[in-house]
Design a protein around this ligand. Structure first.
Ligand SMILES: [Zn+2]
Length: 505
C-alpha cells in the first residue's frame, strides 16, 4: 500500500501524433490543481504526465513528415513540455515511452505475464481499425465501418499474443461494486458496470506483428512482434515510479490516488489497466476519473473544421491563470463543455478583472490612503451583520474547498471562493469607507472594514493558489504576506481568526 500521506496524480500520456490542444491542457491543468492543493496541505505529491510515443499513428505521422518516428517524437515532445511550463504545470516527472528504462520495464512485465501463462499465442481473424489500432468482432462492425471512429475496417487474419483479460471479469465487477470511488463520476461508473455485467469480457490482443507495425516495444519472447500500444502506454503509471524519481517510488506512491482521463479512454483504463494490474498482483488505483470533452462554439473540435483551440494562443492572449480559471470554472468537471472566446472574455472581465482584481486594488488603495499602508486593528463594527456573514463564510470555506478538491468539484470550489469575493464587494459598497474616512468618529468602523477585507484577501490568496498560482503569489506579495507557496502552509494560514494587524502592504 502507498503511504497514507502520499498523493499520486497522473494525466494520460498524450499521443504524439499531433501538437497539444485544449483537451490536453484541460486534463493537465486539473491535475495541476490537485497536485498544488495537496502539496500546500502537506501531502507528499507525485504528479506525472508525459507522452505516448509508440504505435501506428506515430509511425504514420512520421512517415508523412518524411522523418523517422523517434525524430518525430523528439520534435513534438518539447511542444508539450514548453506548454506545460507556460501554463505553470508543476509536474514532478515527464515520461516518454521511448525512454529506455520504460521499454525495459514493459518487457519485464510482459515476460512475467508470459511466464505465468497469462499470455498465450493464438490465431486471430477480425476486423482491424488502423486508426484505433484495434480489432473489432463481426457484430461490432456495421457496414464495414469501425464502430468507434467510423473509418473503414479491414479483415485481417494473423497469429497474435493474447492477455487473459477475460478471466478477471468477475473480480473486476466485484471491485467496482465494492469501491464506489474507483470509477467516477457515477454516470461513467454505471456505464462500465453496465458493459461488464452484460457482455462477456474477451481476452486482449497485446501484440502486433512487425510486418504491420515496427514502431513499438519488441515482445521479449518473440522478436517478430511489438507490444500493443495500450499495454506499453498503461505501464507508464508504474514504470515512472521506478526510474523517474530520486529513488524507487513504487511502494511509496502506488496505488495511484487519481488517474485523470478523458471519457474516450475510460474503458482502456477501467478494464485493460485494472485487469493488467490484477494479473501483475498490484493494487488498483483509488480513483479513475473520466472528464468530458470540449466543443468549440457549439461544434466538435477538429482539424478539418479548423477550430482547434491552441492553448499557446490562449496563454498569449489572456495569460496562464485566466485560461486555467476559465477551463475549470466554465463546466462541472466530468461533463462536456463548450469553449468560446466570448465566454472566456466575459468570465475574465466579470470574475477576474472586476472580481478579485477589483477587490484587491480597492483594498490596497484604502489601506494606503486611510492607514498609511498598514493593516489596522479591528475596532467597532461597521456593518455587524455583514461582518458576521463574511466571518462565517470565511471560516467554513477552507473545509468546503477541501471537500470540493477531494471530489474534483473544481467549479463548485471556484463558485464558493468567488461568493466570498462578492460578499466583500457588497460589504465595501455598503460600508462606504470613503465616507467613513471623512468623520473622525467613524474611524473605528473604517479600521474594521480595512482589517476585514485584508483578512478576506489573505484567505483568498491561499485558496486560489492551486487554480491561479501567479495571481495568488502576487496577491500575497501585495498584501505584505510572507506565504511561501512552494512549501506546505501551516494551518493558521487558513484561519480567519489569525491576526493580520500591523502588516505593511
Ligand atoms: Zn476506428
Amino acid at each position: 500500500m502507498s503511504n497514507p500521506n502520499s498523493f499520486y496524480i497522473t494525466t494520460p500520456i498524450y499521443y504524439v501524433n499531433d501538437v497539444p490542444h485544449i483537451g490536453h491542457a484541460y486534463t493537465t491543468v486539473a491535475a495541476d490543481v490537485l497536485a498544488r492543493y495537496w502539496r500546500l496541505r502537506g501531502r507528499d505529491v507525485f504528479f506525472l504526465t508525459g507522452l505516448d510515443e509508440h504505435g501506428q499513428k506515430v509511425q504514420q505521422a512520421a512517415a508523412k513528415a518524411g522523418i523517422d518516428p523517434q525524430a518525430h517524437c523528439d520534435k513534438l515532445a518539447p511542444q508539450f513540455q514548453t506548454l506545460w511550463k507556460r501554463l505553470n504545470i508543476s509536474n514532478d516527472a515527464f515520461i516518454r515511452t521511448t525512454d529506455q528504462p520504460h521499454k525495459s520495464i514493459v518487457q519485464r512485465y510482459l515476460q512475467q505475464l508470459y511466464d505465468n501463462r497469462l499470455i498465450y499465442k493464438d490465431d486471430y481473424t477480425g476486423w482491424y481499425c488502423t486508426f484505433d489500432e484495434r480489432f473489432w468482432t463481426e457484430k461490432d462492425v456495421i457496414g464495414g465501418l469501425c464502430p468507434d471512429c467510423k473509418r473503414p475496417v479491414e479483415r485481417i487474419s494473423e497469429h497474435n499474443y493474447f492477455f487473459k483479460m477475460g478471466q478477471y471479469q468477475d473480480r473486476l465487477i466485484e471491485h467496482i461494486q465494492q469501491h464506489p470511488r474507483f470509477i467516477r463520476p457515477d454516470s461513467r461508473r454505471n456505464e462500465v458496470l453496465g458493459f461488464l455485467t452484460t457482455q462477456k469480457l474477451g481476452d486482449l490482443s497485446i501484440s502486433r506483428p512487425k510486418s504491420r507495425l515496427t514502431w513499438g516495444i519488441e515482445l521479449p519472447f518473440d522478436k517478430d512482434y511489438v507490444t500493443y500500444v495500450w499495454f506499453d502506454a498503461l505501464v507508464n503509471y508504474i514504470s515512472a515510479l521506478e526510474y523517474k524519481g530520486a529513488g524507487p517510488l513504487l511502494d511509496h506512491f502506488w496505488p495511484a490516488s487519481v488517474h485523470l482521463v478523458g471519457k474516450d479512454i475510460l474503458t482502456t483504463h477501467a478494464v485493460y489497466w485494472s485487469t493488467m494490474l490484477m494479473a501483475l498482483n498490484l493494487p488498483l488505483p483509488e480513483t479513475i476519473f473520466a472528464h468530458g470533452w470540449w466543443t468549440v462554439d457549439g461544434e466538435k473540435m477538429s482539424k478539418s473544421r479548423g477550430n482547434v483551440v491552441d492553448p499557446n494562443k490562449m496563454v498569449d492572449q489572456f495569460g496562464a491563470d485566466a485560461f486555467r480559471y476559465f477551463l475549470l470554472r466554465e463546466v462541472p468537471f466530468g461533463q462536456d463543455g463548450d469553449f468560446s472566446q466570448a465566454a472566456m472574455i466575459g468570465s475574465i472581465n466579470s470574475d477576474l478583472a472586476n472580481g478579485i482584481g477589483n477587490l484587491l486594488s480597492r483594498t490596497l488603495t484604502m489601506i494606503e490612503r486611510f492607514s498609511d499602508g498598514i493593516v489596522p486593528e479591528t475596532e467597532e463594527p461597521a456593518l455587524p451583520q455583514h461582518e458576521e456573514e463574511i466571518g462565517n463564510a470565511a471560516r467554513a470555506l477552507p473545509h468546503s474547498v477541501e471537500e470540493g478538491v477531494a471530489a474534483l468539484a473544481f467549479r463548485d470550489n471556484l463558485q464558493q471562493i468567488w461568493e466570498l469575493i462578492g460578499r466583500c464587494d457588497e460589504y465595501i459598497d455598503k460600508a462606504a469607507p470613503w465616507q467613513l474616512a471623512k468623520k473622525p468618529d467613524n474611524h473605528g468602523k473604517l479600521k474594521t472594514v480595512l482589517n476585514t477585507t485584508a483578512k478576506a484577501l489573505r484567505l483568498l490568496s491561499v485558496l486560489i493558489y492551486p487554480y491561479m498560482p501567479q495571481t495568488a503569489v502576487q496577491l500575497a506579495q501585495q498584501l505584505g504576506l510572507s506565504f511561501d507557496f512552494s512549501k506546505p502552509l501551516s494551518e493558521i494560514s487558513y484561519k480567519w481568526a489569525a491576526p493580520i494587524t500591523g502588516i505593511k502592504i
